[in-house]
Design a protein around this ligand. Sequence first.
Ligand code: CP
Ligand code: NVA
Length: 333
Amino acid sequence: MKEIIDLGMHGKSLLRLCDIEDWQMLGLINAAIALKARKKAGLHLQNPLIKGKNIALVFQKSSTRTRCATANAVSDEGGHPEYLGKTDSHFGKKESVKDSARVLGRLFDGILFRGYAQQTVEDLATYSGIPVWNGLTDQWHPTQALADLQTVQEHFGTLKGLTLAFVGDGRNNVCNSLMMSCAKAGINMIDICPPELSPEPQLVEACQKIAKANGSEVRVSHDPEGGVKDVNILYTDVWVSMGEEDLFEQRIKLLSPFQIDMAMCERTGNLKNGRLMFLHCLPSFHDNNTEVSREIGAMEVTDEVFEAPFSKVFDEAENRLHTIKAMILASLL
Ligand code: CP
Ligand code: NVA
């Protein structure tokens, strides 16, 4: 197992996917697939890999998947996860990020952080002196993209040459990391969004360069009708991210034509031939599944698509554990 995890990342943080080489990202995905098989066979119990290591989970925002995936990834391998939620510590409030980072660096072997500004996670890594992993900021969600690509690899048996469309808020953290990860993996990526929610041009240019080197394309489209033709993976996320809750009304107006429904799936041309997959990082507002969507109605995806056999959102959620584990082991072993 250690050879698979040896990806030149020992002692390093993972704050953005653009900071690692393409082969390192693909190596993390392969390692996650191997770790998944190892866990299913119960082999992790015989030889836990990070016995005695203490990992802090510092969360300024809510989480189900990232928190539980990290806690269980650490415990699976004999380590101890310590959760510090937004009201549990002095982090960034009574104590500066710089001071908290130096304290946590003395007490822990690694930190998984979820919060707002990317600068906070960068500062945490600089001042703690231990590996820090980005569990979501306003700008990036790298561990999500790793799990997304693991799910695609498992389903299609390949990454290169497939076409993925992110449909929705085309400048959010999930979309940014997905664009970067697709470029690195040689997946064609179309960011389908209203003009007002377009990604940063510098990010698109950087991803286009990386994609070109890997034989694929990255582009932005504002056409939810024709834009999805030939797409293999339809991907969406909530229309309003954490911290933007006052924007619901505005986003619903902008994004209603971008809802993923069965008609959109049909327009890919890949629904009938089994070459279509639906992914969503979750949590999701589909039909009447939450208090918010009972009030507002379905947003980014209909129930029909969310519950369809080609929707692999729960495989994707499970893979958060295996990819986060791969990343932690790559830094600590
Ligand atoms: N996808 C994701 O990051 O989910 P959580 O917010 O539940 O961690
Ligand atoms: N874009 C979403 C992702 C949640 C996992 C958010 O930031 O809230």
